[in-house]
Design a protein around this ligand. Structure first.
Ligand SMILES: *Cc1c(COP(=O)(O)O)cnc(C)c1O
Length: 388
C-alpha cells in the first residue's frame, strides 16, 4: 500500500512537470537568479488574480517568506516601539513574532470555537488606546469575518494586516454582495509560498499585498535595504527577495490555484459527509464549520475531538501509519518565548480548549477517496472501541 502523507507534493509536481521544468530551465539559461523577469511577471499575475476581475490595481511585493512579509508590512506602517498590535493566540507563531521583534507589543486575544478565527468581539476585548494595528489570521483556509473588523479599524484609525498565508484563493463576501479575495482587504495582506501552502514554491517565498500605491512603494523599499535608488538608503530596511527560480515555479502553479482549491474542497466535503455519518450528533468529533461569508480553501482539514480522546486517536491512527497533526498544541500566550512580552487581553479559554482538542487530517490536491476511506475507517474503529 502507498504511504499516506499529510501533503503530497510529488504527484502534484508530476502532473505539471513539463511546464515547471521548462520554466526552471529558462531561468537557469538566463542566469538572472535575482530579480529576473519572472519575479515581476509573477507579481503582476498574482495581483491580477487577487483583483477578482475588479478594476482597482493590487500591488504585490514578492519577498523571502511569509514571516518577512509580516515584518516588512509592520515596518512600512511606521509603528513606534510600544505600540500595541492585536493578534490571535491560537495561530502560527509568525505574526506575533514579527510584532515582538520590532519592539511592538503583541496583544493576544481569543478566537472563535467554530471558525478558529478572531472575531470583532475578541478584538474589542484586546483594544486599548495604545492599539495601532490588528493582524487577523485567516486560519486553516477560511476568512475571518472582515466587515466588522474593517469598520472597527476605520473608526479607531487602526491598520489591518491580514495574515493570508493559509487562505490564498479564498473569497470573502461583504453584506452588500461584493466578493473579494482574502489578503486584499487590509492595509496589507501577507502570504507565504512555503512548499506545503496552497500556493507553494520549491523552497521559501512570500509576498506583501496592498491596494495603496504609497504603502506598496514603502514596503518595496524596505524589502530592498531601504533604498529606492541603488546605494542611497532612505530608511533602515532589510534584504528579502523571492528568487527568480521560485517565481518561475509560482507562475506555473498560480494557473492551477483554483483547481487546487476545488480539489481540497472535494476532499473536505467527503471527509465531512463520512464523519458525520459516523457521529451524527457530534458527540465524539466536530467537523469543520464553514462560514457563510467566506469560501474555504482547506489549507487544513481540522477536527475537534471531544472528551480528551484527541491524543489517543492520534496514536491509534499512527499505529496504522496514518499521519495527523496538531495545529497548534499550545496557544501563543503560553509559549515560553512570549512570557513577559505578551499582554493577553483576556482569559483565552477557547484557544486553550482548541489546543487540547484539534486534530488535522491529511489533505492535499492528490488525495483520493480510497485513501480517505482508509483514514475514515481507522477513525471509525477507534470510535467503536472507545466511544459509547
Ligand atoms: C506559514 C505561515 C506563516 C509564515 O510563512 P513562512 O513563509 O514560513 O515564513 C505565517 N503565518 C501563518 C498563519 C502561516 O501559516
Amino acid at each position: 500500500m502507498k504511504k499516506i502523507e499529510m501533503v503530497n507534493l510529488v504527484e502534484q509536481y508530476h502532473k505539471i512537470k513539463d511546464e515547471v521544468d521548462s520554466a526552471i530551465s529558462q531561468v537557469i539559461e538566463s542566469s538572472a537568479f535575482i530579480n529576473g523577469l519572472q519575479v515581476k511577471s509573477f507579481a503582476d499575475n498574482l495581483g491580477k488574480y487577487l483583483s477578482n476581475g475588479a478594476k482597482s490595481e493590487i500591488f504585490v511585493i514578492p519577498c523571502g517568506n511569509g514571516t518577512d512579509a509580516l515584518q516588512i508590512s509592520l515596518m512600512a506602517l511606521g509603528l513606534k516601539a510600544g505600540d500595541e498590535v492585536i493578534v490571535p493566540a491560537f495561530t502560527y507563531v509568525a505574526s506575533a513574532e514579527a510584532i515582538a521583534l520590532l519592539g511592538l507589543k503583541p496583544v493576544m486575544v481569543d478566537v472563535d470555537y467554530d471558525t478558529f478565527n478572531v472575531t470583532i468581539d475578541n478584538i474589542k476585548r484586546g483594544f486599548s488606546n495604545r492599539t495601532k494595528a490588528i493582524i487577523p489570521v485567516h486560519l486553516f483556509g477560511q476568512s475571518c469575518d472582515m466587515e466588522p473588523i474593517l469598520e472597527f479599524a476605520k473608526e479607531h484609525n487602526l491598520f489591518v494586516i491580514e495574515d493570508n498565508a493559509q487562505a490564498i484563493g479564498a473569497d470573502y463576501t461583504f453584506s452588500n454582495g461584493t466578493k473579494v479575495k482574502t489578503g486584499t482587504m487590509g492595509s496589507f495582506g501577507c502570504t507565504s509560498f512555503f512548499p506545503s501552502k496552497n500556493l507553494g514554491c520549491f523552497g521559501d517565498g512570500g509576498a506583501i499585498i496592498t491596494k495603496d500605491s504609497n504603502l506598496a512603494l514603502n514596503a518595496k523599499m524596505i524589502a530592498n535595504h531601504g533604498q529606492k535608488i541603488k546605494y542611497y538608503h532612505s530608511v533602515i530596511g532589510c534584504n528579502s527577495r523571492l528568487d527568480t527560480l521560485q517565481a518561475a515555479v509560482l507562475n506555473v502553479k498560480l494557473k492551477y490555484l483554483d483547481e487546487y482549491c476545488r480539489k481540497r474542497n472535494e476532499a473536505a466535503r467527503y471527509y465531512t459527509q463520512k464523519l458525520k455519518e459516523l457521529d451524527p450528533n457530534g458527540e465524539f468529533l466536530v467537523t469543520p464549520f464553514e462560514n457563510k461569508n467566506s469560501t474555504h480553501v482547506y489549507h487544513q482539514y481540522t477536527l475537534k475531538i471531544k472528551k480528551s480522546y484527541r491524543d489517543k486517536l492520534k496514536e491509534h491512527l499512527a499505529k496504522q501509519e496514518i499521519p495527523s497533526m496538531i495545529y497548534y498544541p499550545l496557544p501563543l500566550n503560553e509559549q515560553d518565548a512570549f512570557k513577559g512580552i505578551a499582554v493577553a487581553g483576556e482569559d483565552l479559554k477557547v484557544s486553550k480548549e482548541l489546543a487540547f482538542s484539534v486534530l488535522s487530517l491529511p489533505i492535499h490536491t492528490e488525495l483520493t477517496t480510497q485513501t480517505q476511506d482508509i483514514i475514515i475507517d481507522a477513525i471509525k474503529s477507534f470510535a467503536s472501541k472507545f466511544v459509547v
